[in-house]
Design a protein around this ligand. Structure first.
Ligand code: HEC
Length: 210
C-alpha cells in the first residue's frame, strides 16, 4: 500500500479543541469554550470539518475520538479541522487555555471502501499513471509532480468517480467552478486506454489517494 495507507485505520472519531494558553493572565480571564455543533455530521478521512461554538480563542488542541487533529481557528466561533486518515467516530473536543468543550453529538467517520473490492491491478496502474497522468497531476505514490491538473494526494475519490474521470475527463466529476481553476482541460481517456488499463489506473489512484 502507498505510504498514505499506513494512516488509514479507523472508522469513527470524537473531536476535541484545545487553545494555546496566551499567558497566565489570559488563561485566568478567558471564558470556557463550548461547542454548539459541527458539520458535516459524517465525514471521510482527510475531509474538512467545521466546528462552531463560543470562546474559541487561544485554542490549544482539537481532538476527534480522542485523537489530536490539525486545526485552524477561523474566529472565536469557528474552528476548522482536518479529519485524519486514522480517525474513528467519536466526540469532538476543543481545548483552550480556559478549558475543554466536548460535542454533544458524535462525528461519524466513514471508512474508505476496501481495496479488496477493486477490479484493477494497482501495480500495473502505477506504471500507466506515470505514463499517462503524471505530467499533469501530483501524486506522491507515483513520484508525480504535475501541476496542470488538481493535486490528487488525499483526494479519496470513490472508484466509480475515478473511472468516470479517466473515461470522460476530469471536469465531468468536478463542479464547473472547480474545473475552471485549471487552464488545461483533461482529455477523456475512454478512447485512448483499454477498459482493463482504466481499471488498473483507478485501482492505483484509489489506494494512492487515501
Ligand atoms: C493534460 C493534463 C492532464 C492529464 C494528462 C490528465 N489530467 Fe486529470 N485533470 C486535468 C485537469 C486540468 C483537471 C481538472 C478538470 C478539467 O479542467 O478538465 C483534471 C481532473 C482530474 C480528476 C478530478 C480531480 C478532482 O479533484 O476531482 C481526476 C481524478 C483526474 N484528473 C485523474 C487523472 C488520471 C487518472 C489521469 C491519467 C489517466 C489524468 N487525470 C490525466 C489534467 C490532466
Amino acid at each position: 500500500m502507498p505510504r498514505a495507507c499506513k494512516l488509514v485505520v479507523a472508522v469513527v472519531l470524537a473531536v476535541t479543541v484545545t487553545t494555546t494558553a496566551g499567558s497566565a493572565i489570559a488563561a485566568a480571564t478567558a471564558a470556557k469554550p463550548s461547542i454548539s455543533g459541527f458539520a458535516p455530521l459524517s465525514v471521510k478521512p482527510l475531509a474538512p470539518l467545521t466546528i462552531t461554538g463560543k470562546n474559541f480563542t487561544s485554542v490549544k488542541a482539537v481532538t476527534i475520538g480522542g485523537k489530536a487533529v490539525t486545526f485552524k481557528v477561523v474566529s472565536a466561533m469557528k474552528v476548522t479541522a482536518t479529519v485524519p486518515s486514522s480517525a474513528t467516530s467519536g466526540k469532538v473536543v476543543v481545548t483552550t487555555a480556559a478549558g475543554s468543550a466536548t460535542s454533544s453529538g458524535t462525528l461519524t467517520v466513514v471508512a474508505p471502501a476496501s481495496a479488496a473490492t477493486l477490479v484493477g491491478n494497482a501495480a500495473a496502474g502505477r506504471s500507466l499513471f506515470i505514463a499517462n497522468c503524471a505530467e499533469c497531476h501530483a501524486l506522491a505514490a507515483a513520484g508525480a509532480h504535475g501541476t496542470l491538473g488538481p493535486n490528487l494526494n488525499g483526494t479519496s475519490l470513490a472508484e466509480p468517480v475515478l473511472i468516470s474521470a479517466i473515461v470522460n475527463g476530469g471536469s465531468t466529476v468536478m463542479s464547473a467552478s472547480a474545473a475552471a481553476d485549471y487552464a488545461t482541460t483533461m482529455v477523456a481517456f475512454g478512447h485512448v486506454l483499454s477498459t482493463a488499463q482504466i481499471d488498473d489506473i483507478a485501482a492505483f489512484v484509489y489506494g494512492a489517494t487515501r
